[in-house]
Design a binder for this molecule. Structure first.
Ligand code: APR
Length: 326
């Protein structure tokens, strides 16, 4: 006997998560989302049969692991209909010698098409953008889709903070679990790692035994250049495991209404003195998406560094305007 859904009691359903771009990050996003039982997954890509192949392989892995995600691949936007969460990695990845900004031209055209289709088929979704140059791409997505700012967020700060935390762990030998790091600004070489707000089990990094200003400066610098370090090593693409893990942490916080604080690119309307700009700031991520932007007091030099970082994002947004995208 099939049990009727019309009997007057509430029913739950699995979340639907759509990945736009089934490349290196897209595939790992799907794997990690399935392993955490976050919901059913749709992998979309323009390359024929690639998302179908990856999805089937991933789906078959769920049988081994005893997971309950239905994973499908598609070249048709219609299949993302009704998605609760959309994670966008569509675009080309950085090659050695290319800055994130070199990517602007190609990826802007791709992002415009993606935004139009997400608006058409998944107008209620929360959207996490990963494609680079991140701050400009998430801005473009929001302008083209017209989605409320609570629903659109760029993944950069979680990754940058994860890199900073890793370097602090390498330097001190302390578990990453007990290390928190704080990064502000654009996702580029001008990002602003904030050491005095970075802690080891609550102890501010500058106060940790054995820590010196030189060691901190070296770790901050490596964090700023963290993406380029991976590109130089891989030679054929950019980082994918840590970016995927970072976006999945954000997805979990929304789906489970965790209300965690993450550094992420959010649309500022007056916060930190920025108007109509997506830039990395601390946000509360919960069931209503970006529930709050947390403003902390910055020193003069931190403020100046953040302003400089913002001006490099503003330049890219200006270029988008000149190209007629926004
Ligand atoms: N619509 C959907 N997908 C697209 C489109 C498009 N118009 N154009 C390209 N793609 C797909 C590609 O076919 C590819 O499968 O996007 C995918 C990108 O995957 P990768 O090249 O493997 O790149 P990845 O490492 O996943 O990085 C994706 O994230 O960190 C950023 O700089 C990185 O912008 C890049 C993005």
């Amino acid at each position: 006997m099939e049990i009727s859904k019309e009997q007057g009691f509430n029913t739950f359903r699995r979340a639907k998560i759509a990945m736009i771009g089934a490349g290196m990050i897209g595939g790992n996003l799907a794997l990690m989302a399935a392993q955490k039982n976050l919901g059913d997954i749709v992998l979309f890509d323009v390359v024929e049969s690639l998302p179908q192949g990856k999805a089937l392989d991933l789906y078959e892995s769920t049988a081994v692991d005893g997971l309950n995600s239905v994973i499908t691949g598609t070249n048709n936007y219609k299949d993302i209909s009704g998605a609760d969460i959309v994670i966008i990695t569509a675009g080309i990845a950085r090659k050695p010698g290319m800055s994130r900004d070199d990517l602007l031209n190609t990826n802007a055209g791709i992002m415009k098409t993606v935004a139009e289709n997400v608006k058409k088929y998944a107008s209620e979704a929360f959207v996490i953008v990963i494609s680079n140059p991140l701050d400009a791409m998430v801005y473009l997505f929001q302008k083209v889709s017209g989605f409320k700012r609570e629903r659109v967020i760029g993944m950069a700060g979680v990754l940058d903070a994860a890199r900073f935390r890793t370097f602090i762990s390498m330097e001190t030998g302390i578990s990453v679990e007990d290390i928190n790091a704080f990064v502000l600004g654009g996702h580029g070489d001008t990002m602003v790692p904030l050491s005095r707000y970075s802690t080891l089990a609550g102890i501010p990094l500058p106060d940790f035994p054995g820590m010196t200003p030189e060691k901190i400066a070296a770790m901050e610098d490596r964090t700023r250049k963290g993406g380029g370090e991976i590109v130089a090593l891989l030679k054929t693409g950019s980082a994918f495991y840590a970016p995927a893990a970072s976006a999945i942490a954000m997805t979990e916080s929304i789906i489970h209404d965790k209300k965690r604080i993450f550094p992420a690119a959010a649309l500022c309307k007056g916060e930190y003195g920025f108007n109509d700009l997506f830039i990395g700031v601390p946000v509360v991520l919960g069931g209503r998406g970006v529930e709050k932007i947390i403003e902390v007091k910055l020193t003069e030099s931190e403020q100046a560094a953040l302003k400089e970082s913002a001006s490099s994002v503003e330049e890219l947004v200006e270029v988008l305007g000149k190209m007629g995208y926004v």
